[in-house]
Design a protein around this ligand. Structure first.
Ligand code: C2E
Ligand code: MG
Ligand code: MG
Length: 621
């Protein structure tokens, strides 16, 4: 096909004898349209200049004298998006009547799905056509029966149309709504956020973003089940609605992340009050089915104001502030500052380095002895991970474990540490040094990892020699099948089960009843003040009594002095662990120390006991 010169194409709208009009239709109803363009012949026939016609509805082509049947037929065809031709009685803009053959052709824009009508008009010579009835394409004139048929059809179509409109409204609402909580979803938040930013650029109000992320929500979901997780999320959403105002936008961005977008108003004070309130509300445990679940939140706050060259940045800022709150102890809120920006870059770097470290298996086990309180001999060694960082040297867990947990790679770190144990124990065994037991730390995620039990079975380490320290046992109360199964398997194999960090809120008495551990480790925050503080002593004695009543042996963590050791022993602790007997050390250092001490790490005097504040030699009288 030869190319048509543009000069020729440009003449078509001017010189074409047929009137042509293009109208953009509403995508819900083909009969609702607005003219966007017309040619010269269209203006001559209708009397509407191009400027007049643009913006007019299609009904300017249908005069009051149009027969009812023709009218109904036109609407029917338009609603069905069907091409058709009719002869119409119309009126020019001036009111002068004219007859025309009107043809309508539906068009659609493949780019955006817009629907258009192309209308062509040929004015008929009234002298020749005066008595011609209106015709449809089929050439039949509508009689009474046809009119009735079309009236019914139109009623039906109108009803259908209303239904579709309602459906469309529901779909829009649903597509904006998070189905679980009824809050705005991420999509709606993004649309609103763009609008708020656009308004800000035009001098609209400054606004705050309050980014809320639940702490340790994943273990709730993994161990208590998705139902419990959903109920926590719904409770959180109710609370956020309650504490925010009508004008705020409250959205769930997905998972356990929520956001509030709030106009700043007079002062930033109401923002900090809101952040305070959210953190405070989240400190209260959730209760359902007689169970309680604690799940604090970390909150980040950032402000978008007119001074910012790129207010879009505020989302990343609020996220950074939230991460800062998490990194500084969780269950708190932080306001975004420039220093945090630098810190967030450091965290991103750490995350990247951790992935490489997992790949290169840069994690090594360190060992800290546990002492039998009665004999002073080593009873076990706790395996504590260290990262052999290529440039920074040995890093303790505090420097990387939280980020690894957030990245979901803690399982892999645990697996890497565990895989090295057998070889190290073999070195001890061949040198005939006695190390009765080793204890590994296991996160809730690792416990529910299906490969965990398999790894233990195939490790070559005798199960009787192994203790598994369960962290975050509070989440195991409502144990999922996988957790119960893992604990049963461990028990059956003869692995010792310990509940770690008892008293810190990560473990609970209810959890104990479920797990029935062999060992209970009292966190060092209760042990350390014991020497000065009578209440602490009382607390330790009570925890020890709870343990005893369950038939569980007690370990005191954080023994830093001789006084601690005697006190803990007298309070009923069976095993002692702390810097006083040795810091976590490499396998080789432990081997040397075992050789040197022959396993006797402490020489307790049988008649030593401790009264408030001082170690005294007991009276023999
Ligand atoms: P944890 O299991 O409660 O381990 C005891 C922590 O207390 C160790 O810190 C140990 O160095 C420290 N500690 C022991 N005695 C004393 C003392 O007398 N005074 C003081 N101030 N501290 C003492 P570390 O090695 O930094 O480990 C911290 C936590 O990281 C561990 O607490 C455990 O929850 C976690 N962790 C360590 N290794 C692993 C691992 O391989 N896997 C997993 N999932 N978690 C681990
Ligand atoms: Mg531990
Ligand atoms: Mg502990």
């Amino acid at each position: 096909m030869s190319v048509i010169p543009s000069q020729i194409l440009e003449q078509v709208p001017l010189k074409c004898a047929e009137g042509l009009g293009l109208a953009l239709a509403s995508d819900q109803d083909g009969a609702v349209m607005v003219f966007k363009w017309c040619n010269k012949a269209f203006s001559e026939t209708t009397g509407y200049s191009s400027d007049d016609a643009i913006g007019q509805r299609g009904k300017i082509l249908i005069g009051p004298d149009t027969e009812q049947g023709t009218h109904l037929l036109i609407i029917d065809k338009l609603m069905k998006w069907e091409r058709f031709s009719v002869i119409s009685n119309s009126n020019r803009k001036s009111g002068e009547p004219y007859r025309a053959r009107m043809s309508w052709t539906p068009l659609s824009d493949p780019e955006n799905g817009d629907r258009w009508w192309l209308c062509s008009l040929i004015e008929l010579d009234s002298a020749l056509e005066t008595s011609a009835p209106a015709r449809s394409d089929t050439g039949t004139a509508p009689d009474g029966a046809v009119v009735t048929k079309y009236s019914e059809e139109i009623l039906r179509l109108e009803k259908e149309n209303r239904r579709l409109n309602e459906l469309a409204r529901t779909v829009t609402k649903e597509s904006n709504e998070d189905p679980l909580t009824g809050l705005s979803n991420r999509r709606h938040f993004e649309v609103e956020f763009k609008a708020w930013v656009a308004a800000l650029r035009k001098g609209g109000p400054d606004f705050a973003l309050i980014y809320i992320d639940l702490d340790r929500f994943k273990p709730v979901n993994d161990t208590l089940g998705h139902d419990a997780g959903d109920r926590v999320l719904v409770s959180v959403s109710h609370m956020l609605r309650r504490v925010s105002s009508e004008t705020d936008l409250v959205a769930r961005l997905g998972g356990d992340e929520f956001i509030i977008m709030k106009p700043l108003g007079e002062s930033a004070l109401n923002i900090s009050a809101l952040a305070d309130r959210i953190v405070e509300e989240m400190r209260t445990p959730f209760t359902f089915d007689g169970k309680t679940v604690s799940c604090s939140a970390s909150v980040g706050v950032a402000i978008a104001d007119t001074k910012m060259s790129s207010p879009e940045q505020v989302i990343a800022d609020a996220d950074t502030a939230m991460y800062h709150a998490k990194a500084h102890g969780r269950g708190r809120w932080s306001f975004f500052t420039a220093e945090m920006h630098a810190e967030s870059i450091a965290t991103k770097r750490l995350a990247t380095e951790l992935l490489v470290a997992v790949d290169r298996r840069e994690f090594v086990p360190f060992f800290q002895p546990l002492i039998d309180a009665a004999t002073g001999r080593i009873s076990s060694a706790e395996v504590l991970v260290r990262w052999r960082h290529p440039s920074k040297g040995l890093l303790p867990p505090a420097e990387f474990l939280d980020v690894a947990a957030d990245m979901g790679i803690l399982n892999q770190v645990d697996e890497i540490v565990f895989s090295q144990l057998r070889e190290l124990l073999e070195v001890f065994d061949t040198s005939e040094i006695e190390l009765p037991k080793v204890a590994i730390n296991v996160s809730a995620g690792r416990l529910t990892d299906p490969t965990f039990i398999h790894d233990i079975r195939t490790s070559g380490i005798s199960p009787g020699r192994l203790t598994v320290e369960i962290l975050e046992s509070v989440y195991l109360e409502r144990m999922g099948d996988l957790v119960s199964w893992a604990i049963d398997e461990l028990n059956e194999m003869g692995v010792t089960i310990a509940v770690d960090d008892f008293g810190t809120g990560h473990a609970s008495v209810q959890g104990l009843l479920h797990i029935k551990p062999d060992l209970l480790k009292i966190d060092r925050q209760f042990i350390q003040p014991m020497v000065e503080n009578e209440t602490s002593r009382g607390l330790v004695a009570s925890i020890a009594a709870i343990g005893k009543s369950l038939g569980t042996k007690i370990v005191a963590e954080g023994i830093e002095s001789e006084a601690h050791a005697y006190l803990a022993r007298d309070m009923g602790c069976d095993h002692l662990q702390g810097f006083h007997f040795g810091r976590p050390m490499s396998a080789e250092d432990l081997r040397q120390k075992l050789i040197r001490t022959k396993g006797q790490f402490w020489h307790p005097a049988p008649d030593m006991s401790v009264t408030a504040g001082a170690v005294t030699r007991g009276s023999t009288a």
